[in-house]
Design a protein around this ligand. Structure first.
Ligand code: 21W
Length: 230
């Protein structure tokens, strides 16, 4: 998959190129290309933002540099163009999986009060938010999206860490994990995990999943019940 990221702060994406995503880039499973929108400004001071028509606080990103950057990375508009926006639909694992089938994603990161609406209305395919909290820009959301989507691309994860086995695949949160030592500061590993009795272990883990989901995410239990009644 090719991913082009349009941003005023391309250096923010350096940290994304480590760990599992870095390995995927080195294996040519993902091509990550960060484009500085400022390079496309036709203004002599490389200006990319201006005051909002109608008044109000803050600055709005100008359409021209973004339009030229979009045409540079995706001249035929064959890519899926996404604007990271607090007003977008909320990212979840189901959407991340769908996006993982795209050949080419273009991610537009806003800053300040966002981008001129005419760009969104005419040159962007989708608007995605990462949740109901306010950030300072779309860069961290773009990294979150790249990370979540990459896990669904074949061979990005090892076969035993498959994204298809994760939380949310069965609608429940995951069971707790333990490793050595058996006794840590007097705190013991649950006996059943040491028993070697696979059927009991499976039963215990499913019970733990239900308990933790009921406690932390009752909304997921409600969703499970309503899906089963369909
Ligand atoms: C936040 C831009 C708020 C504009 C004055 C009074 C992308 C994001 C973002 C940002 C506003 C995402 C206002 C979750 C996020 C993002 C920056 C609007 C209105 N101005 N997902 N009220 N949260 N955020 N300010 O913030 O660009 S995806």
């Amino acid at each position: 998959m090719k991913i082009d990221i349009l941003t005023l702060f391309p250096e923010m994406f350096e940290t994304l190129k480590s760990s599992i995503i870095g390995r995927a880039i080195n294996k040519n499973l993902i091509t990550l290309n960060c484009i500085n929108i400022r390079d496309f400004s036709k203004n002599k001071h490389k200006k990319c933002d201006d005051y909002p028509f109608g008044g109000g606080v803050g600055m709005v990103m100008m359409p021209q540099p973004i339009y030229d950057a979009l045409n540079f990375v995706d001249p035929e508009h064959t890519a899926l163009r996404i604007y990271l926006s607090p007003k977008g639909k909320i990212l979840n694992n189901c959407l991340a999986k769908k996006l993982s089938f795209s050949k080419h994603l273009v991610l537009l990161c806003g800053h300040y009060e966002g981008v001129d609406q005419r760009i969104l209305d005419n040159y962007i395919d989708d608007e995605i938010s990462i949740g109901d909290y306010v950030l300072t820009g779309g860069e961290i959301p773009a990294m979150v999206l790249v990370d979540a989507v990459s896990r669904f691309i074949p061979d990005v994860l090892g076969s035993d860490e498959s994204a298809y086995k994760d939380s949310f695949e069965d609608g429940l949160l995951e069971f707790p994990q333990y490793t050595r030592p058996e006794n840590f500061n007097g705190f013991k590993v649950p006996e059943v995990l040491l028993s070697g009795h696979h059927k009991n272990i499976e039963e215990w883990r499913l019970n733990q999943k239900k308990e933790i989901t009921e406690k932390n995410r009752p909304d997921l239990i409600k969703k499970l019940n309503s899906d089963n009644n369909d």
